[in-house]
Design a protein around this ligand. Structure first.
Ligand SMILES: Cc1cc2nc3c(=O)[nH]c(=O)nc-3n(C[C@H](O)[C@H](O)[C@H](O)COP(=O)(O)O)c2cc1C
Length: 359
């Protein structure tokens, strides 16, 4: 099985081609700190070739949801060391996913401060999980050029902090409707300056952040996650193929480690004008860096995807959440634990560190 063969990611040797997909678990209850429980959770999953951490806020301004961790205070950096240490002791590799939520946020969890976004366009037809229950979205404040510059600097500083905290690298979260994808989209970006209008302008923010991350920690320690056809949080493109072809071609001019390509979740309806063919063929084929393919892969479909030769690694989300020893289970063709939706976000040990290992 190709999934269980090793892979060289830049200078890092991955013991298999199975990536634990980044997953928010909302179990950081104080000051955005990583906890002992989080260290145990990640260490349990250290048999993944590569762990991508849950999304981590790059600044106080990046916060969208309660109980999510950060990487912008000295105390937070210190707290992550126990996570990276325990993962490394178990032979694992872990990158930090860097997160700015933009408009996918609510002021009740931001000390009353309105979320910021490329434009003052609120998300309709969806509500936000807050510490005070589910709420309608607010109209965000449009970012100034100074805000944009500061945010790019915050990404770079968070990347340096991640390395200081012992992470092996960072991944820019440019998927799932968060800030970089808001800039890229036609539905959330109505700007008329150099960050809006043409595809080139809309891609500028993501590309500038990638430049900043590469400058901050070196390209071999940087990846990016994209989700071209996933319409989460009101993200829509007039022509997703044109936008992502441009973005990927520009990314190809940079030197960095990987692109994680998250396919549309089968549970989300495809926008009527979106292409229906295989996203790995359509977008993954363009990627020059290491390609991680994700969404709804099983043992067999993941291995078949690698056999096709476009993707180098396969990301597993819910399956890794529920099966700390997923590579071993794949090796043995063993049954899998079923993920419990009720304990995915928030809570304590249950549904977090108590999924059973194979005997
Ligand atoms: C509980 C949960 C939390 C998630 N949180 C994040 C996140 O913080 N960052 C991210 O990029 N994707 C997140 N995702 C998406 C996963 O990384 C992955 O792309 C998605 O689950 C599809 O893979 P799967 O079908 O193997 O689960 C999350 C998924 C789940 C199930």
């Amino acid at each position: 099985m190709q999934l269980l063969t090793s892979y060289k990611l830049g200078s890092i040797e991955l013991k298999n081609r199975m990536v634990m997909a980044p997953m928010t678990r909302s179990r950081s209850f104080s000051k955005g700190l990583a906890t002992d429980l989080m260290a145990e959770y990640y260490a349990q999953r250290a048999s993944a070739g590569l762990i991508l951490s849950e999304a981590i806020n790059i600044s106080a301004d990046a916060i969208g949801s309660p109980f999510t961790p950060g990487l912008y205070t000295a105390e937070q950096v210190e707290s992550w060391k126990k996570v990276t240490d325990t993962v490394h002791k178990k032979g694992g590799v872990i990158f930090a996913q860097l997160w700015h939520t933009g408009r996918v946020a609510h002021s009740v969890d931001r000390n009353g401060v309105l979320p910021v976004a490329p434009s003052a366009v609120k998300i309709e037809g969806m509500q936000h999980f807050t510490s005070q229950g589910v709420k309608d979205y607010e109209t965000p404040r449009e970012m100034s050029i100074a805000d944009i510059r500061q945010t790019i600097a915050d990404y770079a500083q968070a990347a340096k902090n991640a390395i200081a905290a012992g992470f092996d690298g960072v991944e820019l979260h440019a998927a799932n409707g968060y800030l970089p994808q808001q800039f890229l989209s036609d539905s959330a970006n109505l700007r008329t300056d150099e960050y809006g209008g043409s595809i080139e302008n809309k891609a500028r923010f993501t590309l500038e952040v990638m430049h900043a991350l590469i400058d901050a920690v070196g390209g071999d320690k940087v990846g990016i996650k994209i989700s071209p056809l996933h319409p989460y949080a009101g993200i829509a493109f007039d022509d997703p193929t044109a936008t992502y072809t441009y973005l990927i071609n520009e990314l190809n001019k940079l030197n960095f480690a990987f692109v994680e390509l998250m396919k549309r979740a089968p549970t989300f309806p495809l926008l009527p004008h979106y292409p229906v063919d295989d996203e790995i063929e359509r977008f993954g084929k363009l990627v020059k860096q290491t390609l991680i393919a994700g969404t709804a892969y099983t043992r067999d479909t993941g291995d078949a995807e690698l056999e096709k030769g476009i993707a180098d690694l396969i990301a597993y989300g819910a399956a890794f959440l529920a099966n700390p020893d997923l590579p071993r289970r794949f090796e043995l063709g063993a049954e899998l634990n079923t993920p419990d939706r009720a304990t995915m976000f928030g809570g304590g040990e249950h549904g977090y560190i108590d999924y059973p290992f194979l005997k």
